[in-house]
Design a protein around this ligand. Structure first.
Ligand code: SAM
Ligand code: SF4
Length: 329
């Protein structure tokens, strides 16, 4: 098992498949993109599947989520999913994506063994989508969402970040739309993980702001507190149910004490936290011929170094060197 010194067990693995992306969301990447990882630095498909196998068979990981950058840009995605689905014990498999291209691949991903998707969509207005992502691909995302639902990648979750002055008036509209489409909406507070270091605590839209805005149109009742468990989203029942809405208050109500995450970057580094400033290199050991047991031990050792919390409230907090897209959100 991956147990840290605070007694938390990391059972949920986030695997970043690429740092590249076809959007340029303002809270994530600069307009010109970033210096992408060189191909030889990326883990190969075989290396990824080997590390996931070690995580699942030796380290107690039960959930694997593929992310990025944009994971649909990884040519081997369907085959990676298929090989991970063949592992025993079989991990639950999910994908976080911006949805572009999902209309083409949703059925193949489902057939390969993917269980669920989270699709990121921050606005229902195409022109606001263009401003937020710097690309005119709004309809592609809507098509991707519909294809995911039709393929049975359910429950389809939608991740939305609200940005002041851009889409912060859209929370109720997004919820009405998501309920109507049978998608489960989750709002994520904007975090200081953008490459441009443009995040300001004063300006961010908080969970409280989001809930106040939703309550102007919906009756929200908290789900049983126990149901949150280690899940970062606090969930509310909408207008008596069955619809739910989640709010991930990573900044204002962090859930570090119950964190069960471990992360593998596209270049084979273990990160114990989104906000960690340290990484542990698995790729070097793997390519130097380490055995499964040695790689598992490196992963356990990295986990023992996991800090109690994100440090966001510490006056000395420094943003991690890598932005969200290179860590794997
Ligand atoms: N490209 C895929 C996508 O957008 O879903 C996967 C990677 S993206 C980094 C994962 C999630 O992180 C998305 O839902 C995105 O909205 C969110 N995200 C990116 N930057 C963020 C930030 N600074 N604060 C909060 N969430 C952020
Ligand atoms: Fe790309 Fe996702 Fe970052 Fe947007 S949030 S730029 S879609 S990686």
């Amino acid at each position: 098992m991956l147990i840290d010194t605070y007694g938390r067990a990391a059972t949920d693995l986030r695997v970043s498949l690429t740092d590249r992306c076809n959007l340029r969301c303002t809270y994530c990447m600069p307009e010109e993109g970033l210096a992408w990882l060189a191909k030889p630095d990326l883990l190969t498909d075989d290396e990824i599947v080997r590390l996931v196998r070690i995580a699942v068979t030796e380290l107690g990981v039960t959930e694997v989520r593929f992310t990025g950058g944009e994971p649909l840009l990884r040519p081997g995605l369907v085959s990676i999913v298929e090989r991970c689905a063949a592992l025993r014990p079989r991990p639950r498999l999910s994908l976080t994506t911006n949805g572009i291209g999902l209309a083409r691949t949703a059925r193949a991903l489902k057939a390969a063994g993917l269980d669920r998707v989270n699709v990121s969509l921050d606005t229902l207005r195409p022109e606001v989508f263009h401003t937020l992502t710097r690309r005119k691909r709004h309809q592609d995302v809507l098509d991707g969402l519909a294809a995911a639902r039709a393929a049975g990648l359910v429950p389809v979750k939608v991740n939305a970040v609200l940005m002041p002055g851009l889409n912060d008036d859209e929370a109720p509209d997004l919820l009405a739309w998501a309920v109507g489409c049978d998608y489960e909406l989750r709002f994520i507070e904007q975090m200081p993980l953008d490459a441009q270091h443009g995040w300001k605590r004063d300006g961010m839209i908080t969970a409280e702001d989001i809930l106040a805005s939703l309550r102007t149109r919906f009756r929200l009742t908290p789900e049983d507190g126990a149901a949150r468990g280690s899940a970062p989203a606090e969930r509310w029942i909408v207008d008596g149910g069955p619809a739910r809405v989640g709010v991930i208050a990573s900044v204002t109500r962090p859930f570090c004490a119950a964190c069960d995450r471990t992360r593998l970057t596209a270049d084979g580094q273990i990160r114990t936290c989104l906000f960690a400033r340290e990484e542990s290199d698995l790729r070097g050991a793997l390519r130097a011929g380490a055995t499964d047991g040695e790689l598992a031990e490196l992963w356990r050792r990295a986990t023992r170094g996991k800090k109690a919390g994100s440090g966001l409230d510490d006056p000395t907090f420094l943003q991690p060197r890598r932005p969200m897209s290179a860590i794997g959100g």
